[in-house]
Design a protein around this ligand. Structure first.
Ligand code: ZN
Length: 98
């Protein structure tokens, strides 16, 4: 079960989006960020046995894990922002000059 990890990744992403308004928050970018971050974190936090979900939750409750999740999500945000898959023009920015 990786739902616990995905919950933590998505909530960390929401928090980062609130403090970094220059990143796109469309559904496509959010999914891409979550996927990238999960790929990075899954081997460390998802344990493949029936107790996996419980163990994941315990691991994720530690400060070190929270920091690592935040770093992985922020790294994923930067990678998605450099190579976004959304339609051109989705990201709404204040027009500086037109
Ligand atoms: Zn986007």
């Amino acid at each position: 079960m990786e739902n616990a990890l995905e919950e933590v990744v998505r909530s960390a992403h929401d928090q980062l989006l609130r403090s970094h308004a220059d990143f796109c928050a469309c559904e496509k970018c959010k999914d891409d960020v979550a996927t990238l971050a999960l790929n990075h974190l899954r081997p460390r936090y998802v344990v493949g046995d029936p107790l996996g979900s419980a163990i994941t939750r315990v691991l994720l409750d530690q400060d070190q894990a929270k920091t690592e999740v935040t770093i992985a999500v922020f790294d994923a945000m930067k990678r998605v922002a450099m190579n976004p898959r959304h339609e051109p023009g989705v990201l709404e920015r204040p027009a500086s000059s037109e």
